[in-house]
Design a protein around this ligand. Structure first.
Ligand code: PMP
Length: 431
């Protein structure tokens, strides 16, 4: 495969843009480097790069593109918004319509606010939880990613239930000390954290179904206990549904796990591919926010007509009969086929899948928490990623990410993908 034009553009990008990319994982650091492919056009389930190569895409822009690229209904909505003026700085009726759609789909959200990214949404839920409880500490779970605001870019301490250390330069230790990180699916360590710090804990932040060390579901009863114990300690529970909202069905992951949080943060899919975030929850909590309450949050771009129009259009597509079932079926076909080829070539592969989202881990161990995901074979994943790219399959460049199906993938795409998987596994097995 010729990628000469991507190579040239990457060299140019490195001269002008930090690291040549505007978000670090795009530089393929998680898969041993290489030239990031510069895409030129995207349509449905396909990417076309600047050298004219075609790819089947499972990155889906890290999740938002659930209706495929350049979906005509969304493209029309964006175009209409562009001609009506993209930004007013006043309220619009579009925002009312979209707020109602979100509330209907996610009943725990009694009031909502639109912002511009998942990072902003999560960051603000933490501020609101702190304002509501008049406490400062946050409990989060190892390996869950919640955006790049200071407080959530904090790694686990060295022992169980210890205070955090910054995961990035530029974050004061004093801030990291406000965060307690515990392993996902480990109720004992969580209890220990609450026993030790409970009186200071404002909120417990969790991805109810994890997307950030692969797709990992909570053990039965885990999230109910997380809720009950948090509430006993006087802390709020915040679900980060930036990946999961509208990913598995028309609604949230909280329906699937059967537990309601006090607040929910969203992003990705609800913007139909345009920048967006949203957060919402119980009305008495949400009324902490300005102009009603003392917690401040604002945004020049917040609720802009273009993002809101794209979000409405995306949800309209997702309301159509059978879309989630189709993604589930194709996901099952992929899972089965990949496992079959792994067996043939005697490769250690485990797959975590929920509906149209799956993660392929190179390991013999079932993955239930971050440490296990971290211990999977990253070198083998890196080789697999590059082999698949050569075969015209665009995966997320990290062993911790999911493959996302869209409404536009077809059985023929899955067959072609499985052909590429077989060829890649054959190479990995040294045959
Ligand atoms: N929360 C979760 C669960 C995410 O996966 C992400 C992004 N991958 C974020 C928050 C941050 O969202 P954004 O990149 O839109 O700021």
């Amino acid at each position: 495969m010729n990628i000469n034009r991507s190579k040239e553009l990457y060299r140019e990008a490195e001269d002008h843009i930090v690291g040549g990319v505007n978000s670090p994982s795009r530089a393929y650091k998680g898969v041993g480097g290489g030239t990031p492919i510069f895409m030129d056009k995207a349509e449905g389930a396909y990417f076309f790069d600047v050298d004219g190569n075609k790819y089947i895409d499972y990155l889906a822009a890290y999740g938002p593109i659930i209706t495929g690229h350049a979906h005509p209904h969304i493209a029309e909505a964006i175009s209409k918004a562009a001609y009506n003026g993209v930004l007013y700085g006043t309220p619009t009726k579009l925002e009312n319509k979209f707020a109602k759609m979100i509330k209907e789909a996610i009943p725990s959200i009694e009031k909502v606010r639109f912002v511009n990214s998942g990072t902003e949404a999560v960051m603000t839920t933490i501020r609101v939880a702190r304002a509501y409880t008049n406490r400062t500490k946050i409990i989060k779970f190892a390996g869950c990613y919640h955006g790049h605001s200071d407080l959530v870019l904090v790694a686990a301490g060295s022992g169980p239930a210890t205070l955090g250390t910054p995961d990035s330069a530029g974050i004061p230790t004093s801030i990291a000390q406000e965060v307690i990180t515990v392993p996902f699916n480990d109720i004992d360590t969580y209890k220990e954290a609450l026993e030790k710090y409970g009186d200071d804990v404002a909120g417990v932040l969790v991805e109810p179904i994890v997307g950030n060390f692969g797709i990992v579901e909570p053990k039965p009863g885990f999230l109910q206990e997380v809720n009950d114990l948090a509430h006993e300690a006087g802390a709020l529970v915040i679900y980060d549904e930036v990946i999961t909202a509208f990913r598995f069905h028309y609604g949230s992951a909280q329906d699937i796990v059967g537990v309601e949080p006090d607040m929910t943060a969203m992003g990705k899919i609800i913007g139909g591919g345009l920048p967006i975030g949203a957060y919402g929850g119980r009305v008495d909590i949400m009324e902490q926010i300005a102009p009603l309450g003392p917690a401040y949050q604002a945004g020049t771009m917040a609720g802009n007509p273009a993002s809101i129009s794209a979000g409405i259009a995306c949800l309209e597509v997702l309301q159509q009969e059978g879309v989630y079932e189709k993604m589930d079926q194709l996901g099952a076909m992929l899972e089965e086929g990949i496992l079959h080829h792994a067996e043939t070539y005697k490769l250690p592969v485990k797959i975590n899948r929920l509906k149209g989202a799956l993660t392929v881990y190179f390991t013999d161990v079932e993955i239930e928490n971050y440490d296990q995901a971290e211990a999977t074979d990253g070198e083998m994943f890196a080789k697999f990623f590059h082999l698949m790219l050569q075969e015209g399959i665009n995966l997320a460049p990290s062993k911790f990410e999911a493959w996302f199906l869209t409404t536009e993938h077809t059985e023929a795409d899955i067959k072609e993908t499985l052909r590429a998987v077989e060829s890649s596994f054959k190479a990995l097995a040294g045959e």
